[in-house]
Write a protein that binds this ligand. Structure first.
Ligand code: PEP
Ligand code: MN
Length: 354
């Protein structure tokens, strides 16, 4: 079995050598969710470049959840990206999800690639991509997987490193934690902090677009990224977001992007956003646990009925209450709070089991 700390001290080659000063944060990677037409891509590149953006992203193979949605224009757009590069001097890149995508993207001469959240959690796909990349020095940015754990993420990075990929970076694009939420994906700063602790020398970028899923929250997320000393952002920008072929609710125009960056809120507000965001993530996990607990309690109710037992069992309640309140010190929680909380949760359980 592999030593999971093997790459702790691994220091990759600079991601954007010569062209972009890695010391000059924050780096902005921007571009449309999807390349749609040659004209759209070239005009977007020109505008973004005019606002000082040096790296252009555009999805050309889109991993859609349902069949029948727009799946990207495919390899035709490779030459549009190269044209944008020739005209503006920007670095250009796209998402790859298969070995064939990777071969085509490298063959066309793209400057960087990224691996999407759905692919990161797929070891077969990652392995095949890694083998095509081999000792390549093209930067590969690996997005976090959808599920809120770092293992698939670390595993994907390790597969690329083992294959000899020399330039690797990370992208935090939020997680799917399975409860209703007002953001499209939940940023889990503390989960990402573990990844940063274990691979401290890799650059990390925030993707506020896929976290927020809406425009009004982008600035706040970017602010948090800067506060947490991320190396930059990857953000979706479209000339006419309402007409975009994918992810239209979260894209902003190049000039809105420039404005968002220059209007970032003041420091005290940033701290509040950061803390509230973290709290939101914690609350969502509490809700998820509560929902799991209720389902389990319903199952216990079924077993009790099968054995002719009553839903409420006093000795069980009292011993559980004792167990929980005596853990108060361990978790640094007021005993009285636990007593109240447990009484409410237990009453609900009894009600459910009846
Ligand atoms: C994208 O960047 O357009 C994309 C599909 O992102 P993710 O893999 O984060 O969903
Ligand atoms: Mn998108």
């Amino acid at each position: 079995m592999m030593n999971k700390d093997k790459y702790h001290n691994y220091s990759p080659e600079p991601l954007w050598p010569g062209i972009i000063n890695n010391e000059e944060p924050p780096l902005i990677i921007a571009g449309p969710c999807s390349a749609e037409t040659r004209e759209q891509l070239l005009s977007t590149a020109r505008e973004l470049h005019g606002h000082g953006v040096k790296i252009l992203r555009a999805g050309i193979w889109k991993p859609r959840t349902y069949p029948g949605d727009f799946e990207g224009v495919g390899e035709d757009a490779l030459s549009w990206l190269i044209e944008a590069k020739m005209e503006t001097g920007m670095l250009v890149g796209t998402e790859v999800g298969t070995a064939a995508h990777t071969e085509k993207a490298l063959g066309a001469g793209l400057d960087f690639l990224w691996i999407g959240a759905r692919t990161t959690a797929s070891p077969f796909a990652i392995q095949e991509i890694a083998e095509v990349l081999g000792g390549s020095s093209v930067p590969v940015l690996v997005k976090n997987p959808l599920n809120p754990s770092i293992d698939f993420w670390k595993g994907a990075v390790y597969r690329l490193l083992e294959a000899g990929v020399k330039r690797i970076g990370l992208i935090h694009r939020g997680f799917d934690i399975g409860v209703p939420k007002d953001l499209r994906n939940t940023p889990l700063w503390s989960v990402v902090a573990e990844m940063r602790r274990d691979l401290p020398h890799l650059s990390i970028y925030l993707d506020p677009s896929h976290i927020a899923g809406r425009r009004d929250y982008l600035g706040k997320l970017i602010q948090v990224a800067y506060l947490l000393k991320y190396d930059g952002i990857m953000i979706e920008s479209h000339l006419n977001p309402d007409k975009a072929w994918s992810d239209r609710n979260q894209q902003i125009t190049p000039s809105e992007l420039a404005e968002t960056i220059s209007n970032l809120p003041m420091v005290s507000e940033q701290q509040l956003y950061l803390l509230r965001d973290e709290l939101r993530g914690v609350d969502e996990r509490l809700l998820l646990l509560l929902s799991i607990r209720r389902k389990l309690s319903g199952e216990i109710g079924g077993v009790k009925r099968a054995y002719g037992l009553t839903a409420y069992q006093e000795t069980q309640y009292l011993s559980k209450l004792k167990e929980i309140t005596s853990a108060a010190k361990l978790y640094d929680l007021p005993e009285e709070l636990l007593r109240h909380l447990y009484a409410i949760i237990h009453d609900d359980s009894v009600f459910l089991q009846k």
